[in-house]
Write a protein that binds this ligand. Sequence first.
Ligand SMILES: *[C@@H]1O[C@H](CO)[C@@H](O)[C@H](O)[C@H]1NC(C)=O
Ligand SMILES: *[C@@H]1O[C@H](CO)[C@@H](O)[C@H](O)[C@H]1NC(C)=O
Ligand SMILES: *[C@@H]1O[C@H](CO)[C@@H](O)[C@H](O)[C@H]1NC(C)=O
Ligand SMILES: *[C@@H]1O[C@H](CO)[C@@H](O)[C@H](O)[C@H]1NC(C)=O
Length: 623
Amino acid sequence: MNYRILIIFIIFICIPAMILAYSSGAPSMACKTLLPLHENTSPSKSNPKFEIRTVPGHGRIRITLGSNEGFPFMGFIINARDVESGEIVGEFVDIPNTVQGVQCTPGINNTVTHRDSSEKHNIELEWTVPSDYEGTIIFNSTFVQSYTMYWVGVESSRITILGDSIQVNTTTKLPTTERTRTTPYYIESDANNAGELTVRHPLYDGCAVTKNCFGSPDGCIDSGSCDAAVAVEVKGERYYFEILGKNGKYIAVGLSEDNRMGDDSVVECENRGGQMEIHMSWNKGKSNSRIPTPVGAISLESSSIENGVLYCKFLREKSTVIQGRSFNLTTQLFHLLLVSGSDLKPNGVGFHDLIYAASSSPRRLSDVGQIAAASDIFIRVHGGLMIAAWIGTASVGILLARYYKQTWVKSQLAGKDQWFVWHRFFMVLTWSMTMAAFIIIWIEIGEWSSETIHASLGVLTTILTFIQPIMAALRPHPDTPRRQLFNWSHWLVGNAAHISAVIAIFFAVRLNKAKIPEWVDWVLTAYVVFHVITHIVLSFVNWASDRQDGPTIDAFPMKDMHMRGSMGHSDIKRDAPLGGLRKLIFAMYFIIIAIFVAGLVIIVVMAPIEDSWEKFKNTISTY
Ligand SMILES: *[C@@H]1O[C@H](CO)[C@@H](O)[C@H](O)[C@H]1NC(C)=O
Ligand SMILES: *[C@@H]1O[C@H](CO)[C@@H](O)[C@H](O)[C@H]1NC(C)=O
Ligand SMILES: *[C@@H]1O[C@H](CO)[C@@H](O)[C@H](O)[C@H]1NC(C)=O
Ligand SMILES: *[C@@H]1O[C@H](CO)[C@@H](O)[C@H](O)[C@H]1NC(C)=O
């Protein structure tokens, strides 16, 4: 007989027996073993989804039973044990009506269990310290999530009781469910939406229990607040997909072997004039185009468009061949790509401007668990560092070297000209940040990127940057004729690196991964215009300065000015004319560049910036 049918058969036989035996509370023989009478089942060996929280008070301990992720449980049994003897100790008092005390020792409610099998969230209990007791206890419990899924022997932290002192030893805590973040303990009503009854969409029901769920923004599945989400449920041999998305014209889910676009089979639900249509498409590289749906590959089960929320549920054939590739859902591992956009084309979907999210690790869709989004912290840090380096420090350093050799000449730092010291300072920063950003993105991607233009320019920038300080260290003495050659190549390599870096940043705006809004192009353009204008103005100022100073000074900026104003020159040290104007321009340039950098770094690190902005506004408006 088929294995699945056998299991279903056993469950059907056993459920009535279990309900009889169990639903009115664990029998008292479970006092010691904590075992529910679930025949033909055994306790789960996985990390428990539930835990016991203890808060010591005066002669009492307050206990909360629940799940950090907000999962409900149907049944439980709990008592306190002395860790040495294993004896059940203490007594529960003020037992709420929703649960019941069990007298494992006659006359003493030293154990608590459920009354019925309704879904429970956090159960709070009061436990009193036995008089004259000294020693270490733990609370030991069983949590029943479903008739087949339960954990026996879930222990609290150790609690040492010595006279009036109650010490909770948190280092002995057993591992609970792996968590990627600390969500608040289950709260009945969301404080932000107090008074407003929010109904969870049915898509979220059963996530991580019977369905594989994945949503954007990260962590939204638990709270049922996704902007877009996908859930996959396997019933027998049937693969049901549900997708949901807010405020778009279409929502789509792709099956991908990597977590990038390219060679993916996509199913999209499109809102065409209030009617939901389902189609299949194919990602060829970065572009998506509709394909004829193979007979029987998908079928729409249900769909809805309510308050701007698109939802559709469809069945996908477990094994299909799309564009010559086989998609065998039972055997193959897939990343889920979840996208939505605000535009439709006559024969397909528009750019995924609203959501683009890829699940971090490939998995078999029938293996249930929550799917985390691919972490993009490295991408954000890479972007932030490159912007600080090339929009920031490199721009300033280049400007200093080019126009400020005859400014601040009176003061020197450690025997070096001011412009040189600061040029070197900004360029060392540029170098360090570029190398760090390059290493970070290399670790993150680990292979040649599919974003060829951005990646090529990035590698070019990094190579040029890398050799620049080596060349500078080996520069010939100012008096030698080869110094000119050095100056030229130093200038050439530096500017080439700067230009290729800025172009690479323009291309980064187009990367899905970076989640940067398109209007950032205009910010970058504004930077380029500002940078060029400053160069033109300063060239003009230096030209004017040279005219005032007479013909003895060569206006050509590439000529090494180092000797002038230092010992080799008989003139007293003084700035070239118009020094005040140059300093003013530098101050303005520095401030405006700092503003550009701050703005762009915020956009990149907080990406997608529109979402962060919405959250920020919401936070502000609640005060
Ligand atoms: C035990 O708890 C139940 C409530 O669950 C209560 O009715 C009963 O009086 C308690 N018994 C003792 C001895 O405290
Ligand atoms: C808690 O209960 C489990 C299951 O009965 C048992 O194996 C474990 O030893 C108990 N822990 C303590 C400290 O009594
Ligand atoms: C807590 O438990 C750990 C491990 O059992 C033990 O090493 C440590 O001494 C305990 N700390 C206290 C304060 O009891
Ligand atoms: C899909 O995988 C299953 C299990 O290995 C296999 O029986 C089936 O033939 C495969 N289907 C295709 C079309 O490859």
